[in-house]
Every structure is written in C-alpha cells, then in structure tokens.
Write a protein that binds this ligand. Structure first.
Ligand SMILES: NC(=O)c1ccc[n+]([C@@H]2O[C@H](COP(=O)([O-])OP(=O)(O)OC[C@H]3O[C@@H](n4cnc5c(N)ncnc54)[C@H](O)[C@@H]3O)[C@@H](O)[C@H]2O)c1
Ligand SMILES: O=C(O)C[C@H](O)C(=O)O
Ligand SMILES: [Mg+2]
Length: 543
C-alpha cells in the first residue's frame, strides 16, 4: 500500500529534487513481518490525529522527532499546514508555558549565568560541532506575547529550528537550540517546584552584557561557520544586542528583522491591491501601528523601504508612519520615551495625548492598521468599521502571537468590512466564505523569512547579515507568489511551497551578500542565477 503525501511543489521557478531517501533497514526481528514504512506513515498520522488537545499533539510529535527523525520531517513537509500550528505558533506557546512540566529529554543547550567563565567548555561538548551552521538563541524574556518565561522559552528555539530543517532543508545535526538562563522575573515559575531554571530574578543589564560578550565570542570560536538568530529577547535587549553584535558576528534578530521583512513583503502585495481599489498612488499610504516594541519598531523601520522604493525621501517615508503604545499616539511633546521609539515619534502633533484607538484613526486616517501590541481584541468592531469607512480595501494585520492574543480574528475582520479586508495575522486562522466566495487569510509570520534568509547566509558563509540582505529576503518573498496565488489575492505564498520559496529567498540573499562583499565563500559568485538556485536546492537535506 502507498500513501500519497501532499505534494509541496507547484509550477514555480524551480523544481526541487526532494524524493525521500529510503531509510536504513531496521535491524531484523525488532519489527513485525508486516511492518512497512508507508503504512507506518499512515499509522503515525492516525496517532497524531487521535489526540484531542494541541499540546498532546505537540508532545506526540516531539517524541516522534526523537525516535524517528526521518518520519517526522517527511510528514512535516508533506503536511506543512497541519504541522506548523502544532510544532510552531500557536501551540509552541503552550509548550513553553508548560515546558517544565512536560520536559522529557534534552533537545538543546541550556547555558546559565552560573556558567559564566566556562561557556566555551559547555559549547565544546556539543556533539558534531564541526557540522554546526545555525543556532536559535533565546533568553526567554519575551516569549511570543506571553512575557518572561525564563528557561521555558526553549521550545521556541526548538520550533524555529524544526522549520529551518523542514522549510529550508538545513541538516538536523547542523542546528543548535539554545536557551540562556539569566534568571526570570516570572513569580509563578520561581515558586513552581518543577521549574527547570535558576530560581533567581533576572541579572542586571551590566552582568548580562558581560555574559553575552563571552557567549558570542565562544560561539564563533567553537563553531566558526555558525549563524546566530536571536529570538524573543525583551525589546530593549533585542535592539541592544542586535546593534552591539551585528557588525562583529553573523547574527540577526528574527523579531526585529525577520518580522520587518515578512510584513514588508505582505504589505507590498496588499498595498498594490488597496491602491488599485482606491485609485490612490502607493506613495499615499499611511500606516498606523498599535504596539511599539521590538516587533512594531522593527516592522516600521523595514516599511520605510516600501516608501523609499516608491521614490520618497527618508523624511517623507517617516512621515507616513504613526506609532501607538500603551499610552496612545507617540509624539515628541508627550514627554520622555524609550530610545527605540524616538525615531518615529511625531513632531507634527502637539495637542493632548490621544489614547483611544478610534480617535487616533480619525486623526491619522490610515490606509493600514498593524497590530504588534499583544492586546487581544484591540481591533474591535468600531476600529475595523472605521478602517472600512476610510478605505475601499483596508489593510488590517493583527500580528500578535499566539492566536489568543491576536488583535482581531479573520472572521471578524471579514464581517466588519463586508469581505473587503486585506488581512494577515501572526498566527494561523481558518479560511472563511463571504457571499459565496472563499477568502484566504495571510499569515504574516517571520517563518516565511528566516529559513530562506538563514539558508542564504549559511551557503555563502556570510560574515555579517546586512540590512540589504534582509530587504532582499523580503523582496524575494514578495516576488515568489505564483500567478494562481496572485489571482486569489493572496498576500503570501502557500505554505506547502515553503522549500521552493526558501530556495528563491536564499538565492536572492546570496546575491545581495556578494554585492555587499560579505560572502566568505566567494566561489558562488561565478554561478548564474539559475545555477545558484539549482545549487541551493541540491544542498537541501531530505528526510
Ligand atoms: N507575526 C510575527 O511574525 C511576529 C514577530 C515578532 C513578534 N510578534 C508578536 O508581536 C507582539 C509584540 O512583540 P514585541 O517584541 O514588540 O513585544 P513588546 O512587549 O516589546 O511590545 C508590545 C508593545 O505593545 C504596546 N502595548 C501594550 N499594551 C498596549 C495597549 N493597551 N495599547 C496599545 N499598545 C500597547 C507596548 O507599549 C509595546 O510598545 C507579540 O505578541 C509577538 O508575539 C509577531
Ligand atoms: O514565533 C512566532 O510565531 C513569531 C515571532 O517570532 C514572535 O515572537 O511572535
Ligand atoms: Mg519571536
């Protein structure tokens, strides 16, 4: 008997050769006579689908990955739309909350402040260290919108790396999930007898910076070909360590740069559809952000490129972007503010604070409303209806994760705009019908970017990750939509094509690294685009 695995290739730019490798034969006698890999795939899927709760599915898949890595990744790639909400957002959020209770076995490195002075010896004990190419590193201080989860942040690093393996064909043995334990301010965890981390408050910024300096120096010494992805650091630290390491080491911050790139890409596609409906030029868009943390400001910075690509000056581009935080519209005369908010602080408003979102929208008259606030339901009916009154096709992106913190649901956005919304959310929502037409929500999640961006950096051994390389990943994603996807008004390509998309993005990233002279492996320069794309796809690991 054979099962048909959902095909993940379409008529895109490049056919991938990803025939599953036959697994090594099992030792004789350990499996019954009728054991067959194809039937076993059906058995594994049936076991997965028999679990009621998403967290039980997560635990099952985590065990499957440990016992039969090939089966796990083969199924993951074939059933991408079913698997990602379990191994990644939103269920990975529950896995983080419960990590200390559901922990079974080590799956990555925990490095604590007590290891200061000896970090190198811990890293050197990692098996197959010469194969290491990509590490996702979190300090657990801002996991999704769930706050400080301390060492319970580890599943985020594991989940992101599973997508690197499934989505970009990175070899599993080349990945290192890391969770840094610098204490936690989560009182509930500090009192939980099962909590796996240090029972102490977070260390001071000064102590943390000394630790981070040693950590990064030892990482590059131990793993010379490693790219480091910073993930879910609290906002101030996210910006600080990105700035402090990005010119010295191959690092990027997924929440700032990966999110910026994925949203720019979806926005490029949405703005064209919105402008086509309104008849107003692309330069006339005005973007309002609810949330001004690492993600909000990271996306705002990246959306500057949208206006610059239309020929606007930096000043004019900046004037099209408005930020709202927990105290309302951000403007200079409001008073002191965090450093990362200053660039977008308005100088053209001097009145009393505007704290109500409806009032802010009446003042700004935005064409696009983006949520990175962690405030569930912040885009309520009044807000969405006002956006629909101002725009024939309003752009509404509730990007907060996990799904229960989303600023609004897809169904609500569709109902309150009579099906006119151009929608993308951080976590997945089901499709819905409006007046007989099937409408598809976009998923504006950095999972579309980091696998391809990382693969490109790894293949050309980039010494640093430049802004232009991040922008190239975004434009690559926007360009990767097929005609069929565009005909359906999709803002992002179908997830089942993730490998095809990742290879296209990686090719664009390598080209940009070459232009900028940060590719340490210069041999790839002589390849044509087609040859490079082929090389990228043939380098992908297949389960
Ligand atoms: N879709 C994606 O790919 C993606 C990527 C990164 C982050 N995120 C999500 O974005 C969210 C924010 O992440 P972050 O790192 O910027 O967090 P953060 O805590 O640094 O930022 C939250 C921001 O929201 C603002 N805020 C809080 N309450 C508010 C309120 N009542 N009204 C208005 N603003 C309010 C805060 O002032 C702050 O500026 C998280 O849910 C995260 O999961 C999504
Ligand atoms: O992890 C995700 O799903 C996206 C993003 O990195 C986040 O922090 O929310
Ligand atoms: Mg994140």
């Amino acid at each position: 008997m054979t099962i048909v695995l959902t095909p993940y290739l379409s008529n895109g730019v490049q056919k991938l050769k990803v025939e599953p490798q036959p697994p090594p034969p099992p030792p004789r006698g350990l499996f019954p006579a009728a054991h067959d890999e194809h039937v076993h795939a059906i058995r594994c899927l049936a076991q997965l689908r028999s679990k009621d709760k998403p967290i039980e599915k997560y635990i099952y898949l985590s065990a499957l990955k440990n016992t039969d890595e090939h089966m796990f990744y083969r199924l993951c790639l074939a059933y991408m739309e079913e698997f990602t909400p379990i191994i990644y957002t939103p269920t990975v959020g529950d896995a983080c909350l419960q990590h200390s209770h559901i922990f079974r076995r080590p799956e990555g490195l925990y490095i604590s402040i007590k290891d200061k002075g000896n970090i190198g010896s811990i890293l050197r004990a990692w098996p197959k260290r010469e194969q290491a190419r990509i590490s996702v590193v979190t300090d657990g201080s801002r996991i999704l919108g769930l706050g400080d989860l301390g060492v319970n942040g580890m599943p985020i690093s594991i989940g992101k790396l599973s997508l690197y393996i499934a989505g970009a064909g990175i070899r599993p043995s080349s990945t290192i999930p890391i969770c840094l334990d610098l204490g936690t301010n989560n009182e509930k965890f500090l009192k939980d007898p099962l909590y796996l981390g240090l029972r102490q408050k977070r260390v001071s910024d000064e102590v943390m910076t000394d630790f981070m300096e040693e950590f990064m120096a030892e990482m590059v010494k131990t793993f010379p070909k490693l790219l480091v992805q910073f993930e879910d650091f609290s906002t101030e630290h996210a910006f600080y360590y990105l700035d402090s390491f990005r010119h010295r080491y191959p690092v990027f911050n997924d929440d700032v740069q990966g999110t910026g790139a994925v949203v720019l890409s979806g926005f490029l596609n949405a703005a064209k559809l919105s402008s086509a409906a309104s008849g107003r030029p692309l330069t006339s868009h005005r973007i309002l952000f609810l949330g001004a943390g690492s993600a909000g400001v990271g996306v705002a910075m990246q959306l500057m490129s949208f206006f610059k690509l239309q020929g606007l000056s930096e000043e004019d581009a900046r004037s099209r972007i408005y930020l709202v935080d927990s105290q309302g519209l951000i403007y200079d005369s409001r008073g002191p503010m965090a450093e990362h908010k200053k660039y977008f602080s308005r100088t053209d408003y001097q009145g009393p604070p505007i704290t109500n979102l409806v009032e802010v929208i009446k003042y700004v008259k935005p064409t696009a409303l983006l949520g990175l606030s962690t405030i569930k339901g912040a885009f309520n009916q009044d807000v969405v209806e006002l956006m629909a009154a101002l725009n024939p096709r309003p752009i509404i992106f509730p990007l907060s994760n996990p799904v229960r913190l989303s600023e609004c649901e897809f169904q609500e956005a569709v109902d309150w705009t009579q099906g006119r919304v151009l929608f993308a959310s951080g976590s997945p929502f089901p499709e819905t019908e409006f007046q007989g037409k099937l409408l598809h929500p976009g998923q504006g999640n950095n999972m579309y970017i980091f696998p391809g961006l990382g693969l490109g950096c790894i293949l050309c051994q980039a010494s640093t990750v430049t802004d232009s390389m991040v922008e190239a990943s975004s434009l690559g994603l926007a360009d990767s939509l097929t005609q069929d996807e565009r005909d359906h008004d999709l803002l992002y390509p179908r997830l089942e094509r993730i490998r095809e998309i990742s290879s296209f993005i990686a090719m664009r990233v390598v080209r940009k690294a070459q232009e900028e002279g940060v590719d340490r492996l210069t041999d790839l320069r002589r390849l044509s685009d087609d040859e490079l794309l082929k090389l990228v796809t043939t380098k992908m690991w297949t389960a």
